[in-house]
Design a protein around this ligand. Sequence first.
Ligand code: ZN
Ligand code: ZN
Length: 175
Amino acid sequence: MKCPACAHELRPMEAGSVVVDVCEGGCGGIWFDHFELRKFDEPHEAEGEALLDVARDPSVFVDYSVRRTCPVCDGVVMMRHPFSPQDNVIVDECPGCGGIWLDAGELAAIRTNFSSDEQRAEAAKAWLTKTLDAHLTRARREDRQNQADTEKIAHLLRFLCPSYWIPGKQDWAAY
Ligand SMILES: [Zn+2]
Ligand SMILES: [Zn+2]
C-alpha cells in the first residue's frame, strides 16, 4: 500500500490490538481504517502513544495543497474536513471506505485538543450540512453534472453521522 501523501511504501505498525499503516521513513503520516482512529484520538488512550513518533525522513516534501487519493480504494479522492470543532486539524477521509489519513503531527494535535464523540459528530455534521447544501444547490442547478459528488457526500454521511442519512427516493439517497 502506497502513502497517499508521498508515495513511499506504508508498513504495518501495531498499536495495542490494532494494526495501522504508517509511512515510516517517508513523510511520517498514518493511515487508519474505518473507525480505527477513534481508538487513539483521546489523550488517555495510551496505545496511541506508539504512533506519535513515526520515524520520518525530513527531506521528504509533502504538498498539502494537493487532494489525495485513498491508498485502499482505487482512484477515490479523499475529502478534507476538520476533525473536531476546536481543531484546526484537517483530516483526509475516504468517502469510499471511511479510512482516515493523518499527516505527521496531526495525531498529536488531535489528542491534545480532546473533544467528545458528541462534539465531533456535531462538528462533522455542521461541516457536512454546509458542504452538502452547497453541493445540492449546485447539483440542482447543473442537474446531473454533480450527481457523482453528491453521491460521495451521501456516502460519507453514513460513516460520520449515521443519524443524519439523507432521506428520499432518489437513487443516490443513502437509503
Ligand atoms: Zn508518506
Ligand atoms: Zn478508501
